[in-house]
Design a protein around this ligand. Structure first.
Ligand SMILES: NC(=O)c1ccc[n+]([C@@H]2O[C@H](COP(=O)([O-])OP(=O)(O)OC[C@H]3O[C@@H](n4cnc5c(N)ncnc54)[C@H](OP(=O)(O)O)[C@@H]3O)[C@@H](O)[C@H]2O)c1
Length: 359
């Protein structure tokens, strides 16, 4: 693996790093866009950072925004009003420093464009957009405006995951030859759910693959070629998929994501001398690593976590903005664009397309 493709360890995940909650005395004012499932979980972690101010939340519904503001202690809330969307009103608020986008992915491009145009730094949920063209446009806009932009791949910032990279790149496992990662659950049979809605970017590939992919990227980097199979439903979104990444030199990564099968949700990294396996939670947030080298006993390493695990990415966003960085070295926009190109290629192979592709 080219050392330049290695994922950089963020300061918050270095051995002996202070808690991600340690205050800097330079508060940032946050604006959270949308009030669904992940907005609640991550906002609870934003609230743990002493240098984060929960300034504003927006929703399509003024009542939802007000209830969310009340629940978490935001100063202001915005709903759709008089033909102006709640998120547009939030990004027009001069007090907001950084926006966290938590709408379904079909809307990430529009909301991200509005936020960057409004002069806000942006943390955007995964998958970053529906396709690479949208991601490239947002990347160019952020660069043009000198604003911070990052996809919220929180897994890259976890101490447990960075310890895995350390083990993998130390040579303890030998040459890495094979990586396997899966994530899947039986999604509710609810046609109104964003998970199934083509306009929201429904389907397992865009929703889940970023996590098994993180283990391939951290172990082997971006691949030289990809082959994929997938099963689509009658609305044309994928129920599940299986992806093989191939590397010069003969290594492979096999990744699967499913909305119709309950899966262990683990990653295994195998080398010429030994292997590493995640545990103690799904591969997006492992609290345990099992390492076995040669004929020796397996060793288990366990990890404490601050908050629900999002605190590490939030610390990194805060650090980068405070230091005037427009990208995180750990989750650079170039990796996001390459990921979206990879997903575009997989979608072409399995016949998965979205309305955003025609825009
Ligand atoms: N990092 C993670 O661990 C993680 C976990 C889950 C999901 N995610 C990602 O986060 C995003 C949201 O997922 P979620 O599970 O939170 O979904 P969710 O529970 O359905 O919430 C999404 C929210 O977005 C708003 N919304 C829905 N449809 C919209 C539309 N057409 N236009 C604009 N806003 C709309 C709604 O909020 P309002 O009614 O307030 O407008 C809705 O509650 C997805 O991209 C997903 O991949 C990340």
């Amino acid at each position: 693996m080219n050392p330049q493709t290695r994922i950089a360890v963020p300061p918050c995940a270095e051995a002996g790093a202070p808690s991600p909650l340690a205050p800097t005395g330079r508060p940032l004012k946050w604006g959270v866009i949308a009030t669904g499932g992940i907005a609640s979980k991550v906002t609870a972690d934003i609230a743990l950072l002493e240098d984060a101010v929960l300034h504003a939340v927006s929703s399509r519904s003024a009542d939802s925004a007000a209830a969310f503001a009340e629940r978490f202690g935001f100063a202001t809330s915005y709903g759709n009003d008089d033909g102006v969307t709640g998120y547009q009103r939030l990004v027009n608020d001069p007090e907001v420093d950084v926006v966290y986008i938590t709408t379904p992915h079909g809307q990430h491009y529009d909301v991200g464009k509005a936020a960057l145009t409004g002069g806000k730094h942006v943390l955007c949920e995964k998958p970053f957009t529906i396709n690479a063209a949208e991601a490239e446009e947002l990347a160019a806009l952020a660069a043009d405006r000198g604003l911070f932009l990052m996809e919220a791949v929180w897994t890259r910032f976890l101490p447990s995951v960075n310890r895995a990279w350390e083990i993998i790149h130390s040579g303890e496992l030998g040459d890495i030859r094979w990586v396997q990662g899966d994530l899947g659950f039986t999604a509710p049979d609810d046609p109104t759910s964003r998970l199934w809605d083509p306009k929201a970017g429904g389907g397992a590939l865009l929703d889940l693959t970023v996590y098994p992919l993180t283990w391939a990227l951290g172990s082997l980097g971006f691949p030289d070629s990809v082959s994929a199979v997938g099963t689509l439903n009658n609305d044309g979104v994928d129920l599940q998929n299986a992806v093989t990444l191939s590397y010069e030199g003969g290594a492979y990564a096999q990744l699967s994501s499913s909305f119709i099968a309950s899966c262990p949700g683990q990653a295994t990294v195998c080398g010429s001398k030994g292997w590493l396996k995640t545990g103690g939670g799904n591969l997006h947030n492992p609290k345990e690593l099992t390492v076995k080298v040669g004929q020796g006993e397996a060793r288990v390493e366990q990890f404490e976590q601050v908050g629900a695990g999002y605190t590490y990415e939030l610390r990194e966003v805060t650090r980068c903005i405070q230091e005037g960085l427009t990208q995180s070295p750990t989750m650079p926009v170039s990796d996001t664009v390459k990921t979206m190109r990879l997903l575009d290629g997989i979608r072409a192979q399995i016949g998965l397309s979205y309305a955003n592709d025609a825009a």
